[in-house]
Design a protein around this ligand. Structure first.
Ligand code: PSV
Ligand code: MN
Ligand code: MN
Length: 388
């Protein structure tokens, strides 16, 4: 197995983008639980995200959601982010809250609704120019609730036409990433339900279009690391939305439900060249902290990803190759499990300190006065968007 010292260069390249909506109030369709100190505007969301980065060194970018994070002056928001030591990241479009989108958006049968949804994406691309963002991330709520409700084939064609028009506006150095999700809010069929549909659509668009894999968007028992391997093999894995799920799209802290799955995913990411500076695969979180505090929830999340990345980097590839070549099933599995079972926490704590970071960022946040300050200063905090 490699030593911890041999993986620190790779670990230093880790960058995990935080979602602005993780810092606002959120909940389920049953209840939104308001918390003291939540941001009142996108500027305060960026400040909170920057606090996560300051304590962990892991989260240099903040993803925005439009229109939840609409501001008059995106250049000012960009400067504010830079002043706080972070950058603005992925722009997430939103075509799921307007009355007009009840029966769909980019896949809708009515050209006027599609026009409205396409125009929203064109505006998002303009914003990307102002924020310096690389990725436009599209997740669609489009689908139907009842068999026969609409023509699935026609909707797929409409989706393709809409995406083609949006893609034409994607500039140099920018990318379109299309996220899939098995169901919800549509309960019968979803227009982009799986990686195959997303792959087919983005492949038809061209080189600047990729698939976004949200770890919470699959059927139970899906082998997600196989999908990761395949998309990397095909050169079409653009980004991850990391989170945990026990049942459906739970958006819980990544690594909380199944750390072994996170490890297996990261092993395939590294194996497929999807890790590190210049890899082309963006790591993001897509989470909501409904009952726990937001900032420590995000700190714990990026630390979980770091911990599993370290274990995955420790995998003894040579020993694994040899065992695989020999058809030695139990040795191969043993080598794999040795890496997963390695407790990297003491080494990570020491390494953080050597880089001027707190050994324990969770404890450092708890000991700081940041939470009490925002709770005292911010009155009337904003919704994350969910349950608003
Ligand atoms: C809805 O399922 C969702 O959680 C998608 O995963 C998006 O990435 C996110 O909302 C933000 O639009
Ligand atoms: Mn997502
Ligand atoms: Mn989701």
């Amino acid at each position: 197995m490699p030593s911890f010292d041999q993986i620190t260069d790779a670990l230093a390249q880790q960058a995990i983008e935080l979602p602005s909506w993780a810092f606002g109030n959120s909940g389920t369709r049953f209840r939104v639980f308001p918390q003291a100190g939540v941001p009142r505007d996108p500027f305060e969301k960026v400040a909170d995200a920057a606090e996560v980065h300051r304590l962990t060194g892991l989260a240099p970018k903040v993803a925005l959601h439009i229109p939840w994070d609409l501001v008059d002056d995106f250049a000012a928001l960009r400067r504010h982010a830079e002043d706080h030591g972070v950058a603005l990241g992925t722009i997430n479009s939103n075509t799921f809250q307007d009355e007009a989108y009840k029966l769909g958006s980019l896949a809708h049968r009515d050209a006027a609704v599609r026009r409205k949804a396409i125009d929203h994406h064109l505006r998002c691309i303009e914003i990307m120019g102002e924020t310096g963002s690389q990725d436009l991330k599209i997740w669609l709520a489009d689908g139907t609730n009842y068999p026969g409700q609409d023509d699935m084939r026609a909707r797929q064609d409409h989706l393709s036409e809409s995406l083609t028009e949006i893609y034409a506006a994607i500039g140099e150095g920018q990318r379109l990433v299309l996220e899939y999700k098995i169901f919800e809010p549509a309960f019968y069929h979803t227009d982009v339900p799986d990686w195959g549909t997303s792959y087919a659509q983005v492949t038809a668009l061209g080189d600047k279009a990729f698939v976004c894999l949200d770890t919470g968007h699959h059927a139970p028992s899906t082998n997600i690391e196989f999908i990761v391997m395949q998309l990397l093999r095909l050169g079409k894995l653009g980004s991850f939305d990391f989170n945990s799920r026990f049942y459906a799209d739970d958006d819980l802290i990544v690594g909380a439900a199944d750390p072994f799955q996170l490890f297996r995913i990261l092993v395939e990411v590294i194996r497929g060249g999807g890790y590190g500076t210049g890899s082309g695969v963006a790591f993001m979180l897509d989470q909501c902290h409904n009952i726990e505090k937001k900032i420590p929830g995000q700190i714990r999340s990026v630390l979980n990803v770091q911990e599993m990345t370290a274990r995955a980097l420790l995998l003894d590839r040579k020993a694994l190759d040899a065992a695989q070549r020999d058809g030695d099933v139990l040795t191969a599995n043993g080598v794999f499990m040795d890496a997963f079972s390695t407790d990297v926490r003491p080494a990570l704590a020491e390494w953080r300190e050597s880089r001027g970071l707190p050994a324990d960022p969770m404890a450092a946040y708890a000991a700081s006065d940041y939470q009490s300050r925002i709770e005292a200063d911010r009155v009337g905090g904003d919704q994350a968007g969910w349950g608003a």
